[in-house]
Design a protein around this ligand. Sequence first.
Ligand code: NAD
Length: 357
Amino acid sequence: MSVFEHPSYDNHEKILFATDKVTGLQAIIGVHSTVSGPACGGCRMWSYPSSAEALEDVLRLSQGMSYKNIMADLPIGGGKSVIMKPEGEFNRQELFEAFGRAVESLGGQYITAEDVGVSPDDMMAVRQSTKHVVGLPEGKAASGDPSPITAEGVFRGMKVCIERGLGKSDLSGVRVAIQGAAGHVGAYLSGHLAEAGAELIITDINEPGLKELEAKYGAKIVGLDEIYDQDVDVFAPCALGAIVNPDTIDRIKAKIIAGAANNQLATREMGAEILKRGKIYAPDYVLNAGGIINVMGEIQGDFDPAWVQGKLVGLENTLGEILDQSENEGRPSNIIADEIARNRIEDKRSSKTMEPA
Ligand code: NAD
């Protein structure tokens, strides 16, 4: 298995392979960039079929966190970690304590948090071994559920897209299809949209959650697969990744694709396909940065709502710049977002290198 030659290796500053025979820990921590501050990003535990797949995931995800954090103008870099879920029985508390020791060995260059397959309680176990962990369920600065702030960021960004795509400054009568409407972000987003006068078309595997939204906001429920074919203005993916793909792209009628889900495009090339069809795509990691903005409050040691609001305004502005550039240059918004992120990282890196010792 190659690392430096790996297609997803992007000059990551550090990759730590951590094993602990006693607990069965096999983890990889990817520190993509610390140019803006400690690399921050969650820990994912997954039954990876091989260590090559775990490496691929950590390389991609840690780079993604760098991009997300720098686009939200946060004083943190990007990192991520993956734990290969042990087969059979294992002691979860001890496994996460061992993972905490690996995090601690980086001396604060990486700050971890929960991600897929990991709970706030697991982070409490990590906290036994290191203080470089956030997303704790309790404590002075615990930031709690990030979903309301994520939903607010998505809502604000969606308005930016609607202004550009539909020429409307309000949402009255705008039709929005939400995939994963009953989820943490989807439900808050539904509330914002309904309050602003939008018409909701919703789907989810959680039927009671859908019924609740139907009763509360008069939302129309459609089947899981029908969501793509709806005659709407906005398609908001708030559940799954890779949902804009060759099978769905021509079914999506919406002029605007803007939602909370991570990695919405199956491949980078889908951005060009969206543009070709005259649609607007809000790059996911720009739009859904509310969650990490919220966590930043915990890293800073206090939670300042005014600071959070300022960052959400920044998110709107950044998205506006990306969409303007995309329109002016006729290039896909996802590619432009990646370029801006990479340039911002490189600018910071070179200004750091030039600082006198
Ligand atoms: P969640 O698990 O609470 O919600 C996801 C919803 O999608 C659930 O209601 C689930 O039932 C539904 N769902 C699952 N499979 C589905 C399918 N096939 N079709 C339709 N719906 C389906 O998660 P969340 O926290 O609301 O996050 C939603 C997305 O946003 C995820 O991709 C997540 O990575 C991303 N995100 C979330 C945050 C946050 O603050 N929570 C921040 C950034 C990004």
